[in-house]
Design a protein around this ligand. Structure first.
Ligand code: NI
Length: 207
């Protein structure tokens, strides 16, 4: 287990464009992802980009639980997913605005417009490049994490900037539901190819 501290807004690493990964199959990339998984679980978040643990490389991890999805097409629950060198493009011109938070800006939330559906292309730790359509909550998470790779935090995407506020106050006034951190490794279950790759660098989890 290698939990690394989450870098907070203001650290220059979060404002930099991260470097592409030359070889997604390299052991150091698998070790980075294992550290990201441990760090994400330690704080109970749903997504993390490598710059958030101080590593300026284009790597993202995320998952979406069943309670975080919409009934839109392409927006189902998804287990722990690794995106190396992701590329995204909007599908259609529909946007939707919802509350967003960021582990690098703890205890705050703001309303952020995002593309409703995107086409996502990324490489996994076995070097396999895939393209998929994602929507809703998953598309929001991917756009948020992708922005970290380009040195952007969600306030720079906000239109209703007056909605930026402290989670505690937003919950107290009934504007957002109470937040329960997810500290389980359950979203690794069934991600067999990923688990097999991480095992080869000596990293396993009790599921
Ligand atoms: Ni973030």
């Amino acid at each position: 287990m290698a939990v690394r501290p989450i870098v907070r807004a203001g650290d220059p690493v979060l404002a930099k464009v991260a470097e592409p990964v030359a070889d997604p199959t390299a052991d150091d990339v698998a070790i980075l992802v294992a550290d990201m998984i441990d760090s994400l679980h330690a704080v109970g978040g749903g997504g993390l980009a490598a710059p958030q643990i101080g590593v300026s490389r284009r790597v993202v991890i995320y998952f979406t639980g069943p309670n975080g999805v919409t009934d839109w097409p392409d927006d189902g629950p998804i287990g722990m997913t690794v995106l190396v060198n992701p590329e995204i493009e909007p599908v259609g011109d529909e946007q939707w605005t919802n509350w967003e938070g960021c582990l690098s800006m703890p205890a705050m939330r703001g309303r952020v417009p995002r593309w409703k559906r995107i086409r996502l292309t990324a490489v996994d730790l076995d070097g396999k490049r895939t393209t998929r359509l994602v929507a809703g909550k998953q598309a929001r998470t991917v756009q948020h994490e992708y922005d970290h790779l380009d040195g952007r935090l969600y306030p720079s995407r906000m239109v209703e900037t007056q909605t930026l506020g402290y989670l505690e106050e937003l919950v107290r006034s009934g504007q957002v539901p109470a937040y329960t951190p997810n500290k389980s490794a359950a979203y690794l279950k069934g991600q067999d190819a990923l688990l097999a790759r991480l095992k080869r660098v000596g990293r396993t989890w009790a599921l």
